[in-house]
Ligand binder design. Structure first.
Ligand code: FE2
Ligand code: FE2
Length: 160
C-alpha cells in the first residue's frame, strides 16, 4: 500500500509536468498529424491529472505530488532533442522519439499501479488506472503511426 501511494505521487507529478511540456512539443512540431496527436493527448493528460485526484480520493488520501526524477529527465531530454534538430521532418522525428519514451514510461507506471491496485483489492482504482493505461497505449500507437505514415524518412535522410 505504501509503495502504491508513493508511485501514485510520482505519476501525479509526472502528469502535471507533462501538461506544461506537451505544449512546447506542439509549438515545435510541423506535421499536422503530429500536432493533432499531441493536441489530443494534451487534453487527455489534463483529464488524467483529474483522474489521479479521483484515485487518491478512492483510497481516502489527499492528492500529493512527489517529484519524478525520471520524467524530469525525459522532459529535459526532449527539450535537448528539439534544440539539436533542424525544424521540419528532423525535429518532428525527434519529438516522436521523445514522446514515445514518455509514453513507455507512463505505460510501465500505470501497468504496475493497476496490478498493485488489483492485488490490494482497490476496485475503483483498478478501473480508473486501466482507463488511463489504455489512453497511454493509444497515444504511443498514434505517435508510432505518425512516424511510419507521415514523416518522410527519405527527405529526412537527404537533408542530413
Ligand atoms: Fe499521461
Ligand atoms: Fe501519455
Amino acid at each position: 500500500m505504501k509503495l502504491f501511494e508513493d508511485e501514485l505521487k510520482d505519476i501525479y507529478w509526472a502528469e502535471k509536468a507533462l501538461t506544461k511540456a506537451i505544449p512546447k512539443m506542439i509549438k515545435n512540431a510541423t506535421d499536422p498529424s503530429l500536432i493533432d496527436a499531441l493536441t489530443n493527448h494534451l487534453a487527455e493528460t489534463e483529464k488524467q491529472v483529474i483522474r489521479l485526484v479521483d484515485i487518491f480520493e478512492s483510497i481516502d488520501k489527499k492528492a500529493v505530488a512527489k517529484k519524478c526524477e525520471a520524467m524530469e529527465g525525459l522532459i529535459k531530454e526532449s527539450a535537448e532533442i528539439m534544440d539539436s534538430c533542424e525544424a521540419g521532418a528532423m525535429r518532428d522525428a525527434g519529438i516522436i522519439s521523445a514522446g514515445q519514451k514518455v509514453e513507455h514510461y507512463e505505460i510501465a507506471s500505470y501497468g504496475t499501479l493497476r496490478q498493485f491496485a488489483e492485488t490490494l483489492g482497490l476496485t475503483k482504482a483498478v478501473t480508473l488506472l486501466a482507463a488511463t493505461l489504455e489512453e497511454e497505449k493509444a497515444a504511443n500507437q498514434q505517435l508510432f503511426d505518425v512516424i511510419i505514415t507521415v514523416v518522410n524518412i527519405e527527405d529526412a535522410i537527404i537533408e542530413k
